[in-house]
Design a protein around this ligand. Structure first.
Ligand code: AMP
Length: 372
């Protein structure tokens, strides 16, 4: 069943992903109601209504559910009990089951491998003895991660030698942890998939992602890789969306190994930073696809009318250049409305388009993003 215009879409989370989803929803005639603990959040600045309350405030969640027609979310760390309250009262897309899988790296990896989507080798680590056994099994180097609440490289440590292990184990919390074999990757890519309740799927072209200080810096669309590999990445993304019985949007991050194999790093059942290029290079962006999928609207094909490079604007340095960015022809600027450009905070992004099929090489990309 599709939601008529004038209906209200509830979004849990007030960040930039909620903001851009809300803007897409407004264009389709929907009202958006944001639930966030943050005052003046990026999303509530562009939404019809906001509930400002903690994610554990059950009375506020109940009232929020009563005020909306469908619930979705823009981040993953929502307590299970809160999701249960919402699920009892209104349709929640993607489902609480999918969110539970994506909230826990160990559950996620078990799910992916069972579904036929391979990951790096891994082992659960709760104790010192588990860690020793995991290192015995996977070898070093390896990456030790918290199973929950990690993002942008937080909650993880690289283990190069056995001397690194005790301090890393002690420092990482919350426990339990997971040890992953180190992937000697050639590059990192992602695929974004939308899926409706009727099982129809739209998948954006796979893109390459480059990080700086563990934060996404650049996305290249499409990923400059052989077509066969891109098709394989899309196939894996679709497989995962189907195995999850997804209704909504899903980002799948993958490693391309040195010998051209694909390993899934992680999944996120929401709009994703690596999909921001779609706002300017596709007729329907990832945010519109997200809203369409949760509102039960038809999904248009996720076609790309241009090649694109997306660059994140991270605080504080990139924002000092905002006036220059606005004055540079060809840069399509997006600002998230955050007041404070704190170190490492994602403040906005720019997209630059190229005629389809003519994404430039390394030097061309650098030149195309120059504004100083
Ligand atoms: P994550 O928080 O799992 O997305 O990891 C953040 C970044 O750390 C990834 O984008 C990779 O660049 C790197 N990384 C994570 N896991 C591994 C691994 N098993 N092997 C090599 N690099 C990794």
């Amino acid at each position: 069943m599709s939601l008529p215009p004038g209906s209200t879409i509830g979004i849990i989370g007030g960040g930039q992903l909620g903001r851009m989803s809300a803007m897409a929803a407004a264009r389709l005639g929907y009202r958006v109601h944001i639930f966030t603990p943050e005052a003046n959040s990026p999303a509530s600045q562009v939404a019809a209504a906001t509930t400002m309350a903690d994610y554990t405030d059950h009375a506020a969640l109940t009232a929020f559910a009563a005020a909306v027609d469908v619930v979705t979310f823009e981040f993953e760390n929502i307590p299970a009990a809160s999701l249960q309250i919402l699920t009892n009262l209104k349709p929640v897309h993607p489902s609480a089951e999918i969110l539970a899988i994506s909230q826990d790296r160990l559950v996620e990896k078990d799910f992916l491998n069972k579904a036929g989507a391979p990951t790096a080798p891994y082992a659960a680590v709760e104790t010192d003895a588990d860690l020793a056994a995991a290192i015995e099994k996977l070898g070093l180097p390896a990456v030790l991660k918290t199973t929950r609440l990690g993002y942008d490289g937080k909650g993880q440590a690289m283990l190069r030698t056995t001397e690194d292990t005790a301090a890393a184990f002690a420092a990482l919390s919350p426990k339990p942890l997971v040890l992953e074999g180190f992937v000697n990757f050639a590059c990192e890519i992602s695929v974004i998939i939308a899926r409706s309740a009727d099982g129809s799927i739209a998948s954006f072209d796979p893109v390459e992602n480059r990080h700086k200080h563990h934060i996404l810096d650049l996305t290249l669309a499409p990923a400059p890789l052989p077509l066969g590999l891109l098709a394989e990445a899309t196939k894996l993304g679709r497989l995962i969306a189907q195995a999850l019985n997804l209704v909504g949007l899903l980002a799948v991050e993958m490693f391309v190994t040195a010998d051209g194999a694909l390993l899934i790093n992680e999944i996120a059942p929401r709009p994703h930073n690596s999909g921001h290029w779609t706002m300017d290079a596709c007729p329907a962006s990832q945010f519109e696809m997200h809203i369409r999928a949760v509102a039960g609207l038809p999904l248009p094909p996720a076609t790309r009318h241009a090649d694109a490079v997306m660059k994140n604007l991270v605080g504080p340095d990139d924002m000092a250049d905002w006036p220059l960015i606005l004055a540079t022809p060809g840069l399509i600027a997006h600002h998230y409305g955050k007041a404070e450009a704190r170190l490492g905070r994602k403040m906005g992004h720019v997209n630059r388009l190229f005629p389809k099929g003519s994404l430039p090489g390394e030097f061309g990309i650098e030149a195309a993003l120059k504004y100083k």
